[in-house]
Design a protein around this ligand. Structure first.
Ligand SMILES: Cc1cc2nc3c(=O)[nH]c(=O)nc-3n(C[C@H](O)[C@H](O)[C@H](O)COP(=O)(O)OP(=O)(O)OC[C@H]3O[C@@H](n4cnc5c(N)ncnc54)[C@H](O)[C@@H]3O)c2cc1C
Length: 449
């Protein structure tokens, strides 16, 4: 085991991972955010190549190339707050420790399964580039397998059925992309097989539940017209079956096992509990110097997936009024929530929290931080989702009272422009613009590698 010495500000910040929010912690020193994951639906069918939207962290955060800063491609296994150490392990099994003064945890979330048996083994999550590559391969495999001579009609039917569980923005975007792929590209290859291809969305509540009612209706109309079947229901063990060749599971997010294993307090939904200044919380255990420290126990809240509650975090606020910040440890992004006011798992939340923490920590580093920092204030900028073809829905402003909401071609242009301008580097924007142009001119292909 190797132990690394105490490091300076940037290194202290970079300890926990390499995702969206931590890139932005150091943004005040230089960076550009990456919205690559939002294009996952497009990469599933090859509208955009995964490589075009996958940006190396050192390009997102050029400060990591400076010799005084470090980036370790390794998994964080544990945090030891008593010794201010992060325990890490490289992919080839080398264990090492990183010492910190300030630690920011932004390890994100993972797809939630609600404990339903078989979801992990038999469905596909869509959380990163490797998932979309896998989905694309599986889709092509099913398309090819359905055409083998001797295949029974029932089996052919199953192979040509794509089921998407979850009608949120990701599920809807994938359904729209798939319907478009079938109509514009697969139809040219084999019209009969393309006609038999089916896409179904299963949603327990409303399609695009967080959007305005008129946009929800517009989306449902557009998807139905494109041939997508909308089923209202819940996937459960009641004996009913819906045969499929490919199932994409997109029902929202839950905590990762790593976050559940941490020795800090968690909300009922398993996110790290933070206060309004993003400081990680614990029931108080005062040291003689007056500081509050985590005591090495796992902390209150769920510790395993089974214990993660489905009730809303804010239903449980009375239980933790006395929780206090653990010295020098912050959390941001999907992995954490303020129990009284849990924010959605969105890139814009992680981005704003990253900028806020960068300001707070920079001020502290320059000894301007004697005063308590202002609480973090989230400003919801809006939501958008493409719904297939050249249509999208868009809402600007507060989620509960949007300033503007509209759907159609102009929203689709706004959707594409927003994502293109926010991609990590100029090179990646050029890749994506190139992919879109090639798709428009020559269609998507069904090659498999
Ligand atoms: C398909 C899809 C579409 C989306 N579309 C939108 C959208 O349109 N708009 C929007 O606002 N948001 C969208 N989101 C949500 C958005 O991507 C997340 O909210 C955002 O990425 C959260 O940032 P984060 O830094 O908290 O976590 P992430 O971006 O998930 O980063 C976490 C990182 O931590 C790493 N990590 C995890 N555990 C460890 C460990 N133990 N050690 C080391 N590293 C670790 C992970 O590998 C990952 O790189 C979308 C998400 C998905 C999956």
């Amino acid at each position: 085991m190797r132990r690394l010495g105490r490091q300076t500000l940037l290194r202290q910040l970079a300890a926990a991972e390499g995702g969206f929010a931590s890139s932005l912690i150091t943004r005040q020193l230089h960076t550009t955010p990456s919205d690559a994951v939002k294009m996952a639906a497009s990469t599933c069918v090859g509208t955009v190549e995964s490589r075009s939207v996958t940006v190396p962290i050192v390009d997102i955060q050029p400060a990591l190339k400076q010799p005084q800063n470090f980036y370790y491609a390794a998994a964080c296994k544990a945090i030891h707050p008593e010794d201010k150490l992060v325990e890490c392990c490289s992919e080839d099994g080398l264990r090492f420790f990183v010492q910190y003064d300030q630690l920011c945890i932004s390890t994100g979330s993972q797809g939630s399964t609600f404990g339903i048996p078989g979801v992990e083994q038999h469905t596909n999550f869509l959380r990163d580039a490797s998932h979309s590559t896998h989905i694309r391969e599986k889709l092509v495999d099913c398309w090819n397998a359905a055409n083998i001579p001797g295949r029974s009609p029932l089996e052919r039917d199953r192979l040509l059925h794509v089921v998407i569980v979850g009608g949120g923005p990701t599920g809807v975007e994938v359904a729209g992309e798939l319907a478009d792929f079938v109509d514009r590209d697969l139809r040219k290859i084999d019209p009969g097989r393309a006609r038999d291809m089916r896409v179904t969305i299963i949603e327990a509540n409303e399609l695009l539940g967080s959007f305005d009612a008129s946009l929800r209706e517009y989306t449902a109309r557009k998807l139905t017209k494109a041939g997508v079947q909308l089923v209202k229901g819940v996937v459960k063990e009641d004996g009913s079956v819906l045969p499929y060749g490919l199932c994409i599971w997109s029902t929202g997010v839950g905590p990762t096992p790593f976050v559940l294993s941490l020795p800090f307090a968690k909300t009922p939904r398993g996110r790290l509990a933070v206060d309004d200044r993003l400081r990680v919380l614990m029931p108080p255990k005062l040291r003689p110097d007056g500081h509050v420290w985590a005591d090495g126990e796992k902390g209150p809240g769920p510790k395993t997936m089974k214990e993660v509650s489905m009730k809303q975090d804010e239903e449980d606020t009375d239980q933790h009024r006395d929780w206090q910040p653990v010295g020098g440890i912050y959390a941001l992004g999907d992995c954490c929530a303020q129990a009284e006011n849990p924010l959605p798992a969105l890139a814009q939340v992680a981005e704003q929290q990253g900028k806020y923490l960068a300001r707070v920590l920079n001020a502290q580093a320059w000894s301007l931080g004697a005063a308590e920092p202002e609480p973090f204030q989230y400003r919801h900028l809006g939501s958008m989702a493409s719904i297939g073809g050249t249509s999208a829905v868009l809402e600007l402003g507060d989620a509960k009272k949007p300033l503007v909401s509209w759907g159609g071609f102009t929203s689709w242009v706004a959707w594409r422009s927003a994502y293109l301008t926010r991609l990590g580097t100029l090179k990646h924007r050029a890749y994506v613009a190139g992919d879109w142009t090639l798709t428009l001119l020559f269609g998507r292909d069904i090659s498999r590698w």
